[in-house]
Design a protein around this ligand. Structure first.
Ligand code: ATP
Length: 354
């Protein structure tokens, strides 16, 4: 449905916000552009929308090259972070606005607005102005405005970021259900990895104008291609520890761990999610070196579990302890990695799991 070839956007001053990008997004796909601030995701979305002109490369939508078409002729609807509602218009007029631009007769567009509003539970609010709505309601009006004109593609720029944490979770579920029902190809920008994992069919993790990894949420979570992706994805940051592979063993943060035979000797980075490590108050039976050991430096309450930080020599190692099993501050503890769950990186590329 969306096909980008060699897409580059350079701003005056030489900033390459999007750098020679190739990407294909399928019909009906819910696609996330994920990355830290400044990685180029908004510029990429705006280039697909036609709000930015690429320096080079092409944008095709539904098989047609739209690179030179203005936004209004691309059959896309964009929802902005601040919703960009018209403050002087009521909800009906806001929703119907794109239809008015398309010269749809008044009766028809009001009918369409009412129909879309009902779908998004906005019927009671049709006569209100944006200033009389909550953030969540404004977001739904912005969505309704996008839906009312039946575009080929939805483009969302951080659509949930103005909502408070709780409303954000509700809106996320709502958005996912709505996208499934409508089955419209959707590209959304977010810097929130949890949001991308929860919503998207596929995620492109971006850094410095390029795609670092493209995959399903499960692929990006389980096998991050680089340490940048590994550090970025996950609600608790992955442990990323420098180590040395030597004769099938890995020396890392005071532990000596078994390694798959295909890892050649040399420096590596050892990645382990805190969720994939078991904490123990005593050394593991199979040998003291087979686990990280250290003093408990920090215990953070996550609600249903605790995140525990151990001082292991010069390094900090984090592990998640189930509710009620968290060690005391200052106690000695051992962190046992679950087999096959650790990731071994060399030269910032994933070698294997261990
Ligand atoms: P954020 O999450 O903070 O919005 P982003 O990943 O969406 O970040 P962009 O807004 O696309 O990033 O910006 C990418 C790069 O391009 C940044 O270095 C930014 O400073 C630069 N940039 C964006 N818009 C312009 C502009 N109009 N003129 C010059 N540079 C720009």
């Amino acid at each position: 449905m969306i096909s980008l070839r060699g897409l580059t956007k350079e701003f005056p001053g030489g900033v390459r916000a999007v750098d020679a990008l190739d990407l294909d997004i399928g019909d009906g796909e819910f696609f996330a552009l994920l990355g830290p601030s400044g990685c180029g995701k908004t510029t990429l979305l705006r280039t697909i929308a036609g709000l930015e002109t690429p320096t080079s490369g092409t944008v095709a939508i539904g098989g047609a090259d739209v690179t030179r078409l203005p936004p209004g002729r691309r059959d896309v609807a964009m929802v902005f972070q601040d919703y960009a509602l018209f403050p002087h218009m009521d909800v009906t007029a806001n929703i119907a606005y794109p239809l008015r631009i398309r010269k749809v007769p008044r009766a028809r567009r009001e009918e369409k607005a009412a129909e879309t509003a009902a779908r998004l539970s906005l019927t009671e609010l049709l006569a209100r102005r944006p200033g009389q709505l909550s953030g969540g309601q404004q977001q739904r009006v912005a969505l309704a405005r996008a839906i009312a004109c039946h575009p080929k593609v939805f483009l969302f720029d951080e659509p949930l970021s103005n909502l408070d944490a709780r409303l954000r979770l509700e809106a996320r579920t709502f958005l996912k259900r709505l996208q499934r029902e409508l089955a419209v190809t959707t590209v959304f920008v977010t810097h929130d990895q949890g949001e991308a994992l929860a919503l998207a069919d596929r995620i492109a993790v971006m850094s410095a104008g390029r795609i670092t990894q493209l995959g399903t949420p499960a692929e990006v979570f389980r096998r991050p291609a680089t340490t940048f992706v590994a550090g970025f994805i996950g609600s608790t940051p992955m442990n990323l520890l420098p180590g040395t592979a030597e004769g099938g063993r890995l020396h890392v943060a005071g532990a000596v761990l078994p390694l798959p035979s295909e890892v050649p000797d040399g420096p590596v980075v050892y990645g382990l999610r805190p969720e994939y490590a078991d904490l123990s108050p005593s050394p593991p039976p199979f040998g003291d070196g087979d686990a990280f050991s250290g003093k408990v430096a920090v215990v953070e309450n996550l609600g249903t579990a605790h995140l525990v930080t151990l001082e292991c020599g010069d390094h900090l190692v984090q592990a998640v302890a189930p509710e009620g099993e968290e060690p005391a501050l200052g106690a000695l503890a051992w962190v046992v990695p679950r087999p096959g769950r650790a990731l071994i990186y060399r030269d910032d590329a994933l070698l294997t799991a261990a």
